[in-house]
Ligand binder design. Structure first.
Ligand code: F6P
Length: 455
């Protein structure tokens, strides 16, 4: 059987279980990779003179190979083009997009360095599966260096309509780079349709059904929603509920309902709108005051990007405002933390929460929504409030779906969740649980790898 080679910017530490919840991608894939797999990417380290040679570590039969970046590469590739141009653009935030030619050049250069370091490790019949927006040019870079095997790409974040993509100066180059893969995967049919439309409009290549035809080559585009190891996460949550940590949490709630949100501190996640929604709940439904405590975990992320620094300052201010306005001497409505919380602890917190609030302004999928569902006790489940603009909303239609730009809609949904009778909570949760247990991480990986296999 052909060997699978995974390439992603972040590579998880070998086979961790209690890893921090700083990003869904590595966690979802980690639960699936089989012995024999090679996983290649950035070490997370910035050094003065990277050797360019991968550092190899073995973890339960999986080989992890990573390279370092130098300061200029980090600034142009990671902070610059990937996270100041592509990330805002692909989350529909043109006002936050910053583009510099030298950043794009740095992005191409690092993809070239990845290809240089990876190529000597590749065997001719390897299947290479590249992940996410940092590495769009990698297939072209590998092809230019002579690799002729199958290469697939999966985009974990949204793809945008042509009217948004056209604002990016190298839009054409990126579409051509995507068309150098054999298979290109998206989280939803909507993202897939936008990609095909952009390819048709901007490249002049022919689109036949879900395939782009370039010089006789067929690039297959698929929608393949990512999932979680639902059974595994449910088990962890069930066990975590009995730990001293969760016991302390329960005691601190003194019988109040817990509303929980957990994600990276990122402007795509809709945090200020959510804080305002919570404030409106307390103002417009004063009977809920003292009956609810909201825990917002917003793990600090991309701290070298200016917009993330500004968001952190804004959230500090908003959290202070809410607590100053509504707290009483023995009740603080909002608990706001910017540390990462271990996944096992998070699972336990989800399990005892009455409400899970997942209201990104845009999100490729959002695995926290799926984890919240998996963690619930089916006999007494919490309610999921979900943004209609998360990819997960296409599957989790029994959540309370809200427009995250409307803080009153968030407030109304929180009130509805607090008032929801047990029967309705059980019914909604049963449907959500079916969806989360059907589209798992394993299924996601199998669908993609099947599509990537040579015909
Ligand atoms: O899910 C999107 C993503 O960018 C992943 O590729 C990444 O691992 C995660 O978010 C965390 O972001 P970063 O790698 O920038 O810390």
């Amino acid at each position: 059987m052909a060997r699978l080679v995974i390439v992603s910017n972040r590579v998880p530490p070998p086979r961790t279980t209690g890893a921090a919840s700083a990003g869904g991608l590595a966690v979802a894939l980690q639960s699936f990779v089989e012995p024999g797999t090679l996983w290649f990417g950035w070490s997370g380290r910035v050094v003065e003179k990277p050797s360019g040679k991968p550092r190899i570590v073995d973890g339960q039969g999986v080989t992890y190979a990573t390279i370092d970046l130098n300061g200029q590469d980090y600034d142009r590739f990671y902070v610059g083009f990937a996270n100041s141009s592509l990330w805002p653009l692909l989350h529909f935030r043109l006002g936050l997009m910053r583009y510099r030619r030298e950043d794009f050049e740095g992005y191409l250069a690092v993809n070239g360095d990845f290809a240089d370091a990876l190529l000597p490790m590749l065997r001719p019949d390897d299947m290479v599966w590249v992940h996410d927006y940092h590495l769009i040019p990698l297939a072209a870079a590998l092809r230019a260096r002579g690799f002729a095997g199958r290469i697939g790409f999966f985009l974990h974040i949204p793809f945008v309509p042509a009217s948004v993509l056209e604002a990016l100066p190298p839009a054409y180059d990126l579409l051509c780079a995507l068309c150098a893969f054999d298979v290109v995967g998206f989280q939803t049919r909507t993202h897939l349709a936008d990609f095909l439309d952009c390819a048709r409009r901007f490249t002049g290549f022919t689109v036949e059904g879900d395939e782009v035809v370039t010089n006789g080559r067929h690039v297959r585009a698929i929608a393949d929603p990512i999932g979680i190891d639902a059974a595994g996460f449910a088990r962890v949550a069930g066990r975590a509920a009995g730990t001293a940590y969760i016991k302390r949490m329960r005691e601190s709630l003194s019988g109040r309902a817990l509303a929980i949100s957990a994600e990276r501190l990122d402007y795509s996640k809709g945090l200020p709108n959510r804080f305002e929604g919570f404030a409106r709940l307390l103002a417009r439904y004063p009977q809920q005051q003292r009956h609810i405590s909201m825990l917002q975990i917003a793990a600090r992320s991309r701290e070298d990007v200016a917009e993330y620094q500004a968001l952190r300052r804004e959230l500090d201010r908003l959290a202070g405002d809410i607590n100053g306005r509504f707290s009483q001497f023995d009740w603080v409505p909002l608990r706001y933390m910017t540390q990462t919380v271990a996944r096992t602890k998070l699972a336990g917190l989800f399990r005892i929460a009455r409400i899970g609030i997942v209201t990104p302004l845009r999100d490729g999928m959002n695995l926290v929504a799926k984890e919240f569902v998996a963690a619930q006790d089916p006999a007494d489940p919490g309610v999921l409030i979900l943004s209609q603009f998360a990819g997960a909303a296409e599957e989790l239609t029994d959540a309370l779906l809200v427009n995250p730009y409307d803080p009153d809609a968030i407030a109304d949904a929180m009130n509805t969740a607090l008032e929801m009778p047990l029967g309705e909570r059980q019914q909604r949760h049963a449907a959500l649980r079916r969806a989360v247990f059907e589209v798992t991480a394993a299924r996601y990986c199998n669908v993609f790898v099947d599509a990537l296999k040579p015909a």
